[in-house]
Ligand binder design. Structure first.
Ligand code: NAD
Ligand code: ZN
Ligand code: ZN
Length: 368
């Protein structure tokens, strides 16, 4: 079958990948569509400390074709979103609804594929840029058949990462304010989750000015060009400390939450500088393992500001994904609008190019 393999240097579409049969608690999913997340581009660029050669992609949805003999919650023909969390279900983190902290969900790569007789790793326990993949049963979240697989696919990472950061990690309250740095597939979902939660000031920042219209469509109340030198001042003008001063003592004024969906030192600095007292930066973007950021101690200590990271929206897939799908079916959450381009798998490089130029919300690859 066809799929994209990253060999440690380059990525290419090949024909002839094979996947092994499922074990008792494993499932084969025929991929209907797979979103291109920025983490895929990072993996293909060698930024991630994971082994290769590997089959790329981790944001997928499809149809179950084969299940192991101990799988009970899905059957052949079911439509599923694949969650990347191959959680154990037994540890204290799984038991308390925090599978993103389950130790079984990191550094858990395996080699379910072969190509030209050689074993090939999966990526993020998923591998979605391939016609059929093998995942653990716990990773398959059943969805209604009428949800387009192209829209369902992006739920597998970008949607849950962005929305979960707001719902779970931050738990943003009605009436609060937020700045969202980076209006890509993740940032747009931060923005729409903020709208759902009832945040009243939602400031989107992106270096691509054309992102303004889609940011506003998803719920942004303001947009700031990310190339401006005075982003922090511009945010303080929108959320001033008082009627007469944008900034007050200990840098008061600014937003309650700043979501960093880029992970660049300048962005993280600006995010921290943009916070009001008690505000929190939530870092979602992924940088290289050795990249550093800096900030002023004085911003944190006296007035309860903080910086936290967020992995995969801190979600519990079987709780959060059905809720998001239900909100989509009610019209409260936009998914179809996130898919700005669907490319046949042969055109995968077009999707990468579009992401690098910032031209799309999300590009999706299709095997149909
Ligand atoms: N924490 C997690 O679990 C998790 C999950 C998925 C993705 N990610 C990471 O989140 C980040 C975003 O992913 P994505 O798929 O949305 O990427 P994307 O490429 O779709 O979007 C990134 C956006 O940031 C904008 N941007 C770039 N530099 C900027 C700057 N200096 N200021 C403002 N905007 C800027 C781009 O124009 C683009 O619109 C990536 O680093 C990705 O690896 C993290
Ligand atoms: Zn566990
Ligand atoms: Zn991702």
């Amino acid at each position: 079958m066809r799929g994209i393999i990253y060999d440690g240097t380059t990525s290419r579409l090949v024909e002839g990948i094979q996947v092994r049969d499922p074990g008792p608690r494993e499932v084969i999913v025929e991929i209907g569509a797979a979103g291109l997340c920025h983490s895929d581009v990072s993996y293909m660029s060698g930024l991630y400390p994971v082994p290769s050669p590997g089959v790329c992609g981790h944001e997928g949805a499809g149809i179950v074709t084969t299940v192991g003999n101990a799988v009970t919650h899905v059957k052949p023909g079911d439509h599923v979103i694949i969650a990347t969390l191959s959680s154990c279900g037994m540890c204290e983190y799984c038991a308390s609804g925090r599978p993103t902290a389950c130790r079984a969900t990191l550094a858990n790569w395996s080699q379910p594929f072969t190509f030209e007789g050689n074993p090939i790793f999966n990526f993020a326990a998923t591998s979605a840029f391939v016609e059929r993949t093998l995942v653990r049963d716990v990773q398959c979240v059943k969805i209604p058949d009428d949800v387009p697989l192209s829209s369902a696919a992006i739920v597998g990472c970008g949607v849950v990462t962005g929305m979960g950061a707001v719902f779970n990690r931050a738990n943003v309250q009605r009436g609060q304010s937020a700045a969202v740095f980076g209006v890509g597939g993740v940032g747009l979902n931060v923005i729409q989750a903020l709208r759902v939660q009832g945040a009243t000031t939602i400031i989107a920042i992106d270096t691509v000015p054309e992102k303004e219209s889609i940011a506003r469509k998803f719920g942004a109340t303001h947009f700031i060009d990310g190339k401006r030198e005075d982003i922090v001042d511009a945010i303080a003008q929108i959320c001033p400390s008082s009627a007469t001063a944008p900034r007050g003592a200990f840098n008061s004024g600014g937003v309650n939450w700043a979501f960093d969906c880029v992970a660049h030192p300048t962005v993280t600095w600006n995010a921290l500088e943009s916070l009001d007292w008690e505000g929190t930066v939530v870092v979602i973007g992924v940088a290289s393992q050795t990249a550093e950021f800096k900030g002023l101690y004085g911003r944190l200590t006296q007035v309860d500001r903080g910086i936290i990271g967020c992995r995969y929206g801190s979600i519990s897939p079987h709780r959060d994904i059905p809720r998001i799908i239900e909100m989509y079916r009610r019209g409260d959450v936009l998914l179809d609008e996130l898919v700005t381009a669907i490319h046949p798998i042969e055109k995968w490089q077009d999707a990468v190019h579009e992401m690098e130029t910032g031209a799309v919300a999300r590009g999706v690859l299709s095997f149909q």
